[in-house]
Ligand binder design. Structure first.
Ligand code: PLP
Length: 428
């Protein structure tokens, strides 16, 4: 008899977890402790020398967080994962493990605004230079490759415009350039899309969004696909050279196909310090148990609402890749056949004033800057997240005066449509 491999929903509930060996607690407990007692001096020495894996101090790892890491690695099809205090912290740790001062990485321009800020401004102080490309034109990635390129970064489904990236085409550019391909899979979640199946070497997430799913906890994670050869080029010294902080261990030689995850933990997380709280790991683990149910409801609701909005007389356009006729429709059929997520933008014929009126008059939608909650969320980027930009810059960023972004929750779709209908009917 062949053993049945567990399905997605089974992994979402069980991967990485077992009843607590000391108490029998069925749910993974919150190990709310800063540190862990060593068995004896030899045990302590072997933990610190990376000869044995185990718990030392919660900045380096924690049993509640370890279950979260194993679970997300299983859902994404990676070899290992490392959690962080936020999605942004995960990104910093991934790049810290790959880049030296003066190095470059290529990133799609179609990214979450916070990532554009992080790459443009914060990374300058580390000497890391972002070179922008456009996921709508793969040749821009090819042209951006230089001898200093160390990684390529895209979002699978881009926030906020909902652009779908042709992952296999970008993966091919990365493979030819012999650099790892990093995919931010926050908007899709592994339920809708698994980037590793399409050539990603590293997957990052803001766990704050759909994976946690309830808008109650910040978190981030890095998943190692175990696919990249860190020694081939000699250009990733943290992974291929002897590490002085660990008695000369070579990460790739010692840890093989989970070397990147180990290096992130023992070099980036240990030294930069953005550890997730065990309480947040617990909240996010609980959220992940219902990921498949929630995501299916998120995309079902989003499909109904985008269809309804695209026929509404006050609406000029709707960008949602799973709508027939959308410019990303064919890519969505290939990469996100269950649905292109639950975040999308649409345009109001009444422009800026109509946008202000809509966010002011909704009752069920919450007017705030977040996505990926059970609750439906709305924002008018031109008057909030993008208000500092000129009109021209706003339009370039997909945040023109008429643009509204929705993150559709898992309420009853009839109630969401009724709320939008009454708010669109208010005169302004
Ligand atoms: C929110 C978000 C991030 C940043 O995550 P935080 O948890 O807020 O730090 C990164 N990428 C995408 C696509 C996001 O939506």
């Amino acid at each position: 008899m062949t053993e049945q491999l567990p399905g997605f929903s089974t992994l979402a509930i069980h991967a990485g977890a077992q009843p607590d060996p000391t108490t029998g607690a069925r749910v993974t407990p919150i190990y709310q402790t800063a540190s862990f007692v060593f068995n004896d001096a030899d045990h302590a020495a072997s933990l610190f020398g990376l000869q044995t894996f185990g718990n030392i101090y919660t900045r380096l790892g924690n049993p509640t967080t370890a279950v979260l890491e194993e679970r997300v690695a299983a859902l994404e099809g990676g070899t290992a994962a490392v959690a962080a205090a936020s999605g942004h912290a995960a990104q910093v740790m991934a790049f810290h493990t790959l880049l030296q001062p003066g190095d470059e990485f290529i990133a799609s321009r179609r990214l979450y605004g916070g990532s554009i800020n992080q790459f443009t401004h914060a990374y300058k102080n580390f000497g890391w230079n972002v070179v922008w490309a456009d996921s709508d034109d793969i040749s821009t990635f090819e042209r951006a490759v230089s001898p200093k390129t160390k990684a390529i970064f895209v979002e699978s489904v881009a926030n906020p415009g909902g652009a779908i990236t042709d992952l296999e085409a970008v993966a091919e550019v990365a493979r030819k350039a012999k650099v790892p391909f990093i995919v931010d899979n926050t908007l899709a979640s592994p339920y809708l899309l698994k980037p590793i199946d399409h050539g990603a070497d590293i997957v990052v997430h803001s766990l704050t969004k759909f994976l946690g799913g309830h808008g109650n906890s910040l978190g981030g994670i890095i998943v190692d696909a175990g696919t990249f050869d860190w020694t081939a080029s000699g250009r990733y010294p943290l992974l291929s050279e002897p590490r002085p902080e660990y008695h000369g261990i070579k990460m790739h030689e010692t840890f093989g196909n989970f070397a990147f995850a180990i290096a992130v933990r023992v070099l980036a997380l240990r030294d930069l310090g953005p550890a997730i709280s065990p309480f947040n790991s617990f909240m996010i683990l609980t959220g992940i148990e219902t990921l498949a149910l929630r995501m299916q409801r998120h995309v079902d609701n989003t499909r109904a609402i985008t269809e309804w909005l695209s026929k509404h007389p006050a609406v000029s356009w709707v960008n949602y890749a799973s709508l027939p006729g959308d410019r990303y429709y064919n890519l969505a059929r290939k990469y996100t056949p269950k649905g292109a997520g639950a975040v999308f933008t649409f345009g109001l014929k009444g422009g800026y004033e109509a946008g202000i009126s809509l966010v002011s008059n909704v009752r069920l939608f919450s007017h705030l800057a977040n996505i990926g909650d059970t609750r439906s969320l709305i924002i008018h980027p031109a008057s909030t997240t993008h208000s500092q930009l000129t009109d021209e810059q706003k339009t370039m960023a997909g945040a023109g005066p008429d643009v509204v972004r929705l993150s559709i929750g898992i309420e009853d779709k009839e109630d969401l449509i009724a709320d939008l209908e009454q708010a669109l009917a208010v005169p302004y």
